[in-house]
Design a protein around this ligand. Structure first.
Ligand SMILES: Cc1cc2nc3c(=O)[nH]c(=O)nc-3n(C[C@H](O)[C@H](O)[C@H](O)COP(=O)(O)OP(=O)(O)OC[C@H]3O[C@@H](n4cnc5c(N)ncnc54)[C@H](O)[C@@H]3O)c2cc1C
Length: 411
């Protein structure tokens, strides 16, 4: 009898230990966890390096045909990894002549484009605005990559793409209303967050302030109107800075002017909000610090710039002041054989190198694509904001880096 009882206990202990071990190793997860609706999808099944994607559809997103959407699927027929709303893809593009000069043969450039649809929609969608020469410098060449997409990329073409990346992500506390502020093509990551939020957190209040010049340039007009009609918690505010003769206030747009702090203060209800801002440099450089000065905690202000933008928050300025004390700093570019002196006047090491004629490659100019990654032989580099691109140890990104000490760089 005693032997019986002992054996019974042994079996029970063995079963309990077995269950604990299985759980620890994850092998016991025979029943998959249901997806949590309050968490954004985890980027699963992603890839390293470049993967080939085929363009399966293209269509303009605005009536003026300045912004074109491209839908992509893996060329190998494999699965499409889920991404997080707000992330972007990096493209390695072979373009004639490279940066602006068609006589130079072919070159590879890298550019980032935000995913502009909700994850899980069956394909990746990016939406690209054609970059023209700046109005005050019409003699300059128009944008290389955006022009290449608009003029030469068609259905059936295959593109080399790096996996979804980026830290401009939606926080999923459904109790805190989200405020999306988009300027121009900055709508792309925000429409991804918006679509995800409306479908997965339908009770969450979301406001979109979307600034464009006039109706012809408003992207996703029908899509946004349908979302606003179908979701009572979604408050759509379209803002035109120069409404056209056919644009009607109340139906086509709600406000005239630019999205600024004054407009947000006037129109948002009281209470805590999380802000997500993506737009041109002047919008980011004024609105982000203004929100923080207004009293919005920095953790509630998320932003992404599509190019160079110097968003100065109080803590960043303090770091800068400290770094400026030991100026000038000697910066040696080893491959170029140049020794220069940093006096703190340039926004970053890329501007500094280019101003002195040091040839370095560059892409996004905002720490996202890795084109300007350069080895550091000696010294240290400081970033105001942690770059999206994962910098390899012993390297730095020139486009968002500033020297913390004298430097010897490989470039
Ligand atoms: C994270 C991230 C996400 C992004 N998402 C999107 C997106 O969803 N949609 C989108 O449209 N863009 C997006 N961008 C921007 C995109 O990556 C490109 O920067 C944009 O398409 C312009 O690239 P381009 O090659 O066409 O222009 P470039 O060739 O890089 O030229 C840019 C501008 O510089 C001007 N220029 C040319 N020569 C000179 C010169 N010598 N001096 C000064 N200026 C000159 C050009 O006329 C043009 O106006 C994103 C960027 C980042 C970093």
């Amino acid at each position: 009898m005693l032997a019986y009882i002992n054996a019974f206990f042994f079996v029970q202990i063995a079963v309990v230990l077995g269950i604990i071990l299985l759980k620890r190793n994850g092998a016991g997860a025979a029943v998959p966890h249901p997806p949590r609706l309050d968490a954004p999808p985890v980027a699963v099944g992603t890839w390293t390096g470049l993967r080939e994607f085929r363009v399966i559809r293209r269509e303009f997103a605005d009536r003026a045909r300045t912004q074109c959407s491209f839908y992509l699927q893996p060329a190998d027929g494999g699965t499409l990894p889920v991404y997080k709303p707000g992330q972007f893809l990096t493209f390695a593009l072979k373009v004639p002549g490279g940066e602006g000069d068609e006589n130079l043969g072919e070159a590879t450039i890298r550019r980032c484009y935000s995913l502009s649809d909700r994850p899980g929609s069956g394909s990746y969608r990016i939406t690209i605005k054609r970059a023209l020469a700046p109005l005050d410098r019409p003699e300059l060449a128009p944008g290389v990559s955006s022009g290449h997409f608009h003029d030469r990329i068609n259905v059936g073409d295959v593109l080399s793409v790096a996996a979804p990346a980026g830290k401009f992500l939606l926080e999923t506390d459904a109790d805190v209303p989200a405020v999306f502020v988009a300027g121009g093509v900055g709508i792309t990551p925000l429409i991804s967050m918006l679509r995800w939020s409306l479908e997965e957190q339908p009770g969450r209040t979301v406001h979109l302030y979307y600034g464009v010049r006039y109706g012809e340039e408003q992207a996703f007009k029908t899509e946004l109107a349908a979302m606003a009609a179908g979701h009572p918690c979604f408050h759509l505010n379209v803002v035109y800075s120069k409404p056209g003769p056919a644009d009607r206030q109340g139906s086509d747009f709600q406000f005239t002017g630019h999205v600024d702090l004054e407009m947000l203060r006037r129109t948002l209800p009281h209470g805590r909000h999380q802000f997500y801002i993506c737009g041109p440099a002047p919008m980011m450089e004024s609105l982000v610090p203004a929100l923080v000065r207004w009293g919005v905690p920095q953790k509630d202000v998320h932003f992404e710039a599509f190019g160079p933008a110097t968003v100065r928050l109080d803590s960043a300025s303090a770091t800068d002041t400290a770094a400026l004390s030991g100026l000038p700093l000697e910066i040696r570019f080893r491959r170029s054989g140049r020794t220069l002196f940093w006096d703190g006047g340039d926004a970053n090491l890329l501007d500094f190198a280019e101003r002195h004629g040091v040839v370095v490659s560059s892409g996004c100019r905002s720490g996202s694509c890795g084109s300007c990654e350069t080895g550091i032989a000696d010294g240290a580099v400081h970033y105001e904001h942690t770059p999206d691109y994962e910098v390899r140890p012993g390297h730095c990104l020139l486009c968002v880096g500033r020297p913390e000490s004298a430097l010897v760089l490989e470039a």
